[in-house]
Design a protein. Structure first.
Ligand code: KIV
Ligand code: ZN
Length: 538
């Protein structure tokens, strides 16, 4: 059993954005993007990063290894991998995490009668044997072992206690209790966790075991259930940025962290989260997964700190506490007094970006300054939201296998919408293609498809304006899927021209698909191609 002292007032944040979050339809990320997110999660102050499911594929294993080596430093977070309760998964998981300074193996088995009967075909007795084998093997490799009885929310309580106590006996240091299908209610869950802690042999207070909760959001109760679990004694919560995850998602990290931070007298608990990194983390995850955040989403939605009704505006102007229970600054939204516009210089931009947490120098600063000047010419005032979008667009895309050089569209009521795109590939070859479509965006996407040759289905397309007004910067997110519908990829683009933003978003998704699946044709070696074809809609 672990002899680590456990501070009973600290709730550990176990982030599973890169594992359960990536299981959201469409959230596939490249390994470079996962590494970037892991770095940001470390800045955010999460205690444990579940970096992936190493047995799932060689790519998943490689991504976990990179995170373990580059983010799992001695003063960094614990790096954890997930493994089914089977030998091959546990060995692959250890390969993934072993280079981290603080590695963890997380193994799980479905323990409800429904899961035993229909998923693994095991009897309860055989289930116990599986738990014994898996936890013992994991513990022989790694000192830090987490066990999850999957579908605990629908598992018979007596059996659940038996399973948990066996896992502890075999060396599990964290017992994670998942409500896998989002079925439980808050009071029930608080009682369940309190009962498990009190009744599981070897798991009581002073045992050194950490109890954890992992709640899904099928009934919209994930955050409430997680906080109820904490009230019941859990001191680890499994969460994801923006609440992404299987089906309706997981508990959202920002909601739990801000609930604990905003109501200290009620909970009397703290986390190690640097809440000022929340908005940046949210935007990064949204951009890399192509899963946009609903405007009314708590903490990170575009409207979370917006006041529309006159009476509310009046109150906030007199004193923000009338309608704000937390400050925008506390989650990383700044309220700078520095107004940036077309007369602002490089220095003012640099200072503003630094205040926002971006330290840019040299070429990187020049690139953003050039984009800023273009935008300031078109728009009177450039806001922090505009700058965030520019930075994201400029630096947070996937590896550019195909890059946009130019785009020209003609559209309107008098002709067929036509787009001509000029792109280069990673070998420096140039391609030009023109296509006709139902509108300028459709035409542009057809022209890109003709060059990249990576067949896909556009499953989602959304345009937002970053700020108000006709001159606002447009943000576009798209999701595409492979034609067999097995993988989905997201993309993000921002520009003051929404067709250009749309093309950037699509190209980001297509590049991600090409990088992950290898689908996509390149021109024959050595061909400097200037193709000038018009493809027409069938
Ligand atoms: O939802 C779930 O039960 C899981 C487990 C693997 C912890 O994701
Ligand atoms: Zn889950």
């Amino acid at each position: 059993m672990s002899t680590t002292t456990i501070d009973p007032n600290v709730v550990r944040i176990f982030d599973t954005t890169l594992r359960d979050g990536e299981q959201s339809p469409g959230a596939t990320m490249t390994s470079a993007e996962k590494l970037e997110i892991a770095r940001q999660l470390s800045k955010l102050g999460v205690d444990i990063i579940e970096a992936g499911f190493p047995a799932a594929s060689p790519d998943d294993l490689e991504a976990v290894q990179r995170i373990a080596r580059e983010v799992g430093t001695a003063d960094g977070p614990v790096i954890c991998g997930l493994a089914r309760a089977v030998e091959k998964d546990i060995l692959a998981c250890w390969e993934g995490v072993k280079d981290a300074a603080k590695p963890r193996i997380h193994t799980f088995l479905g323990t409800s009668d429904i899961h035993l009967k229909y998923q693994t075909g095991l009897t309860r007795e055989e289930g116990l044997e599986r738990v014994r084998m898996a936890v013992t093997l994991a513990r022989s490799l790694c000192e830090d072992v987490e066990f999850s009885p999957m579908d605990a929310g629908r598992t018979d309580m007596e059996y659940l206690i038996q399973v948990c106590s066996l896992a502890i006996e075999c060396g599990a240091t964290t017992l994670n209790i998942p409500d896998t299908v989002g079925y439980v209610t808050p009071q029930e869950w608080q009682d369940t966790i309190a009962h498990l802690i009190a009744e599981t042999p070897g798991g009581g207070p002073g045992s050194g075991v950490i109890w954890s909760v992992h709640c899904h959001n099928d009934l919209g109760l994930a955050t409430a259930n997680t906080l109820a679990g904490v009230m019941g004694g859990a001191r680890q919560v499994e969460v994801t940025i923006n609440g992404i995850g299987e089906r309706a998602g997981n508990t959202s990290l920002e909601e739990v962290a801000m609930a604990l931070a905003t109501r200290p007298q009620f909970y009397n608990l703290r986390t190690n989260v640097n809440t000022r990194e929340i908005v940046k983390s949210s935007r990064m995850v949204s951009n890399y997964t192509g899963m946009s955040v609903q405007p009314n989403k708590a903490i990170v939605g575009a409207n979370a700190f917006a006041h529309e009704a006159g009476i509310h505006q009046d109150g906030v102007l007199k004193n923000a506490s009338t309608y704000e229970i937390m400050t925008p600054e506390s989650v990383g939204l700044s309220q700078s007094q520095l107004v940036l516009g077309k007369h602002s210089g490089r220095h003012a931009l640099k200072v503003r970006l630094e205040e926002m947490g971006y330290k840019l120098e040299g070429d990187a600063l020049n690139q953003v300054f050039a984009r800023f000047k273009d935008l300031a010419d078109a728009k009177k005032t450039v806001t922090d939201a505009d700058l965030e979008a520019l930075i994201t667009d400029e630096f947070e895309g996937p590896e550019e296998i195909f890059s946009l050089v130019d785009i020209q569209v003609t559209c309107g009521t008098m002709g067929m919408p036509t787009a001509t795109v000029r792109m280069t590939n990673a070998n420096g070859e140039t391609f030009i293609h023109a296509a006709v479509g139902t509108g300028p965006v459709d035409a542009s996407y057809r022209a890109i498809d003709a060059i990249v040759k990576a067949p896909n289905v556009l499953v989602e397309y959304s345009v937002y304006s970053v700020t108000e007004g006709i001159d606002a910067l447009g943000e576009v997110t798209v999701r595409i899927s492979t034609v067999d519908d097995t993988r989905t990829f997201g993309g993000y683009g921002a520009d003051d021209d929404i067709v250009v933003a749309s093309v950037k978003a699509y190209l980001a998704a297509v590049n991600r698909m090409v990088a992950v699946t290898g689908i996509g044709g390149h021109k024959p070696e050595g061909a400097v191609s200037t193709v000038n074809l018009i493809s027409e809609r069938q």
